[in-house]
Every structure is written in C-alpha cells, then in structure tokens.
Design a binder for this molecule. Structure first.
Ligand SMILES: [Ca+2]
Ligand SMILES: [Ca+2]
Length: 292
C-alpha cells in the first residue's frame, strides 16, 4: 500500500510539473482581479476530506502557481496569478493547486467533490475543479475539468461552447513532452446568475466498472444536482486533482496559439535533467501496478 501511495504521490507531482510547464509566461496584460473560495474537498468512498480549516495547504495540496491561501475555514484562490496557464489556447491569469493523488482503475468507483462558496464570476472569470491522469501507454496527460465560467465571445470562439455564464466541462489531452495540446473539447450548460442560490458543488464521478468519468454539479449547496454532461471514457490507473481560478485576458487569443507553443518549448529547455530522469522513472513505475 505504501508503494501505491508513493506512486500516486509521484503521479500528482508529475501532473503538477506538467501544469507548471504550461504556466510559463506568455505575455502579461491587464485582467480583472479575481477571488474565489473553496470550502471543502471530499472523496467519501475513499475517506478523503479537506475542510481547508487548519491554515496550511500542505500536505494535501501543492500550490502550482498564483496566490492560494488557506485561512479560516476556506481556501482562497486569487490574484496575483500567473499568465499563460491554460486549459486552452487563450491567454489568462490563473491561480491553481494540485493534490490528493488517488488510485483509479481497479481501486473502486468514487465521486470527488469540491464545494465552492457562493459566487457569480464576472465576465472573463471562472473557477474549476479538475482531475488529471497520465496514460501509462502513451505518457499523455488527460484532464477533465468542470467549472463555473463567464466566458467572453472571443474565448468561447477558441474553446467552443457557449459564451457567457455557464457550467462548462473541458476535456484536454496534452502530450508527454512539452505539454502541447493534442485535443480539446468544451461543453457548456448556460445558467443564470439567479440559478446560483448557495454553495456550488463541482463533482467528478468515476465508475470503475464502465471506466468513465462523469461531471456533476449543484448550484444550491448540494440540495439538487445536475448531470447534463456525457460520461467521458477514463481507463487510467490513477490521477490527481486540481483547483483553479482564472481570468482571461480581454483580447482574442488566436495569435497566442503561437506564443503559447513557444513558451512551452522554452520551459522544456529549462527543465533540469534531474526532473527529466524522474519523469521517466515515474512512467516506468506507473506501468507496473496500474496498466490495465
Ligand atoms: Ca471549509
Ligand atoms: Ca489544510
């Protein structure tokens, strides 16, 4: 068991490294200040719970970038963030953290939930809960996120889905090298500000029999839940969670496709040899217990 936990921990760090690579600055611009709070994270089927009430992000989470502060009974994710973190080809300022590695294929079904304080994102802003897994056969990183976002027409034009206030699901696959995006899909369910009447619960349900991941949400503190999104095939051995908030730069992102790719390559060159070696070893280890 210890070995598995160690493997999962490494998995989370691998994902964190991947996200950090993506975070390399593209170009700084003005964004609207953002601040969203998470009240708790839980995976009841695995006995995982964080109420964010002990004043420290460690050891459950690793701050990836931006300003994440656990204070009182919540985790606040706010400015200043880092530019260039995306799950998309659009420039944005983001704050994110990653943690809670978890065994998946063969370890049983579960629903993981993040509960956010009631908030209505301003235009260009949003908050998201994601699960990332590494495909042990290709090394590619798969991420599925569910979030509440208020998307500009320009950003929706790049990512797909509806502009404006919506609950959105983003499915992204990145390669194992510089983290280039191999595929990206966005699905949305438009909502009204008046639909949000309590805490917002963003959940991802893993079915270990069907090998699928299904996004679920509640806009009224969990009293009622909605699941309008299709289940996504998810046959991986493990994964790690992320909590992220962002504000996109108010300009079209199309020209940033180029800058984003260059930034990722630059980050790749700066990657220390030690980290590279660790990444290869992680992949080797992951293949043993988790291949299915
Ligand atoms: Ca709390
Ligand atoms: Ca804590």
């Amino acid at each position: 068991m210890l070995n598995r936990h160690a493997v999962v921990r490494r998995w989370v760090l691998a994902l964190a490294n991947m996200l950090a690579l993506i975070s390399t600055s593209v170009a700084q611009a003005q964004t609207i200040p953002y601040s969203f709070e998470v009240d708790r994270f839980s995976v009841p089927a695995r006995g995982l719970l964080d109420n964010f009430d002990d004043g420290a992000i460690d050891p459950n989470w690793d701050s990836l970038f931006g300003t994440a502060i656990e204070s009182g009974t919540t985790l606040e994710l706010s400015n200043p963030g880092v530019f260039g973190f995306l799950p998309a080809a659009v420039d944005s300022e983001s704050t994110a953290l990653s943690g809670f590695g978890i065994g998946m294929g063969g370890f049983g079904s579960f629903t993981a939930s993040s509960t956010w304080e009631e908030a209505i994102p301003s235009l260009s802003q949003g908050f998201n809960f994601a699960l990332g897994s590494i495909d042990s056969s290709t090394g590619n990183v798969h991420q599925l996120s569910i979030g509440v976002n208020n998307t500009t027409a320009e950003v929706a034009g790049v990512l797909g889905g509806d502009p404006g206030l919506a609950v959105g699901v983003l499915s992204v696959v990145r390669d194992s090298g510089p983290g280039n995006i191999l595929s990206l899909q966005r699905f949305t369910t438009p909502i009204l500000a008046s639909d949000i009447t309590g805490q917002i619960v963003l959940s991802l349900a893993f079915d270990d029999v069907a090998d699928t991941l299904t996004p679920i949400f509640s806009l009224d503190g969990g009293a009622t839940t909605q699941s309008p999104f299709a289940a996504v095939s998810w046959g991986f051995g493990g994964g790690g969670f992320s909590l992220a908030t962002s504000s996109t730069v108010p300009e079209p992102g199309t020209t940033l496709l180029v800058g984003f790719g260059l930034a990722a390559l630059g980050a790749r060159r700066r990657l220390p040899a030690r980290a590279e070696k660790g990444r290869v070893e992680r992949q080797k280890k992951l293949r043993r217990p988790c291949d299915r």
